[in-house]
Design a protein around this ligand. Structure first.
Ligand code: IMP
Ligand code: MG
Length: 389
């Protein structure tokens, strides 16, 4: 949509989009968001916390953001916003802001934090370690912090700012304010955001969503499009909701994973794809692309378009296996527990970055079975490797 702004004719795109994980997290959202972000005024995180590990390559250097939105700070445009649906470890945020400040002391003034977000306390992290057993949590205190919130004993950043007692969090908040970070909610920012373009950056993936993921093997936040509205962004509806998925599948932590590979097959792909957790370093579980799970995620997550990543990792395969159905189609998350995948193989590709014409059969299959158009593909870690399809 083009707008005419006061006094002079200015053509500008005012379209909000969302980029969500369409699987179990680690789909390459950080890389995609980073490469699209310079076209947007804001990059907004709305769910989760430092359990996320969003990997970005800038000028050949690798960065992992846990709390900071994946905005491209080399471009003058985007500002970063951390929404009220997140749970924020202020010590970790302070660390990431300090790193930003180290790059350029003006950058923290492009970061905004909603003081209605709840804080993660050291005891939440401790509790996570004790409870971790059966889920395989990242131990970042996410579950216990959301539990405190829901049981009405949680603390918001706002309370940590004005607490009469001095506390550790207050120290981190003051330090971040000194570096330029703004602690402002949507009531204050709405006017400023209304006529701008926003890129909503999801964390985790639909299969880990608290409502629609494979319970109880889930994280504790909303990773569907609903998470955006829970934060109060009713005025900024995303017109396109992109779901990101790899051309194969990975998962960390416990729980059903229908297309999982074992032994050497898994290990070879793990090494080729460098599939080790960005947050915890754990080896990721590996499997072939799971189109029924992707279809489920698109429907449950409100996804309208797909972005497929890491095609370069499968370079050189003669044929590529795809799971195109289960014996019984999943209608609820429960159906993933005993899913029996059915596979086909499609022609492989030699070098996805040089010649993407060979990806056609794979992509058409995904499009046909999910009823979602594939809009972008990624064939490498550089921003130029993300291409419209
Ligand atoms: P928690 O969110 O740390 O409580 O972890 C719950 C489950 O979600 C575990 O299986 C984690 O491995 C998984 N998980 C949480 N965040 C991410 C992520 O950003 N990427 C991939 N898996 C995640
Ligand atoms: Mg990750």
């Amino acid at each position: 949509m083009d707008i005419v702004s006061a006094g002079f004719l200015r053509l500008r795109t005012v379209m909000n989009i969302a980029v969500l994980g369409a699987a179990w997290g680690d789909e390459g959202k950080g890389h995609i968001v980073h490469s699209l972000s310079s076209n947007y005024d804001w990059v907004v995180r709305f769910n989760g916390g430092a359990n996320a590990g969003h990997t970005i390559y800038r000028d050949g250097t690798k960065y992992v953001h846990n709390l900071m939105p994946s905005f491209d700070w080399r471009s003058g445009t985007p500002k970063a916003f951390l929404g009220s649906g997140m749970v924020i470890d202020l010590e970790q945020l302070h660390k990431e802001v300090t790193a930003l400040w180290g790059v350029n002391s003006l950058l923290p003034s492009r970061v905004y934090v909603d003081p209605d977000a709840f804080v993660v306390l050291p005891e939440h992290k401790e509790l996570d370690k004790q409870l971790n057993g059966h889920i395989g949590s990242t131990n970042r205190g996410i579950g216990p912090a959301y539990t405190s919130k829901i049981s009405r004993t949680g603390l918001r950043i706002r309370e940590r700012m004005y607490d009469a007692d001095t506390n550790r969090d207050q120290h981190f908040i003051k330090e971040m304010q000194r570096m330029g970070v703004h602690f402002k909610g949507l009531m204050e920012l709405r006017r400023e955001m209304e006529d701008t373009s926003i890129l909503f950056e999801g964390a985790q993936g639909i299969m880990l969503d608290i409502n629609h993921g494979i319970y109880p093997y889930v994280s504790c936040s909303e990773s569907t499009v609903a998470g955006i509205y829970s934060c109060g962004f009713h005025f900024a509806r995303p017109e396109k909701v992109y779901g990101v998925a790899k051309c194969y599948t990975t998962k960390v932590g416990e729980g059903p994973f229908p297309t999982e590979l074992q032994g050497d097959d898994a290990q070879n792909l793990r090494v080729r794809g460098n599939e080790y957790g960005a947050t915890t370093g754990r080896p990721r579980r590996i499997g072939w692309v799971d189109v029924p799970a992707l279809d489920y995620a698109c429907q449950k997550g409100g996804i309208t378009n797909l972005i497929l990543t890491k095609f370069d990792i499968l370079n050189g395969m003669d044929r590529v296996p795809m799971c195109v159905a289960y014996e019984k189609s999943p209608v609820s998350s429960f159906d993933f527990y005993d899913a029996k995948p059915q596979y086909i193989t499609v022609p492989g590709w030699q070098d996805a970055a040089k010649d993407d014409s060979q990806l056609g059969t794979f992509i058409q299959k995904v499009e046909r079975l999910t009823s979602c158009a594939v809009s972008y593909i990624s064939c490498g870690t550089d921003a130029k490797d993300v291409r419209p399809w």
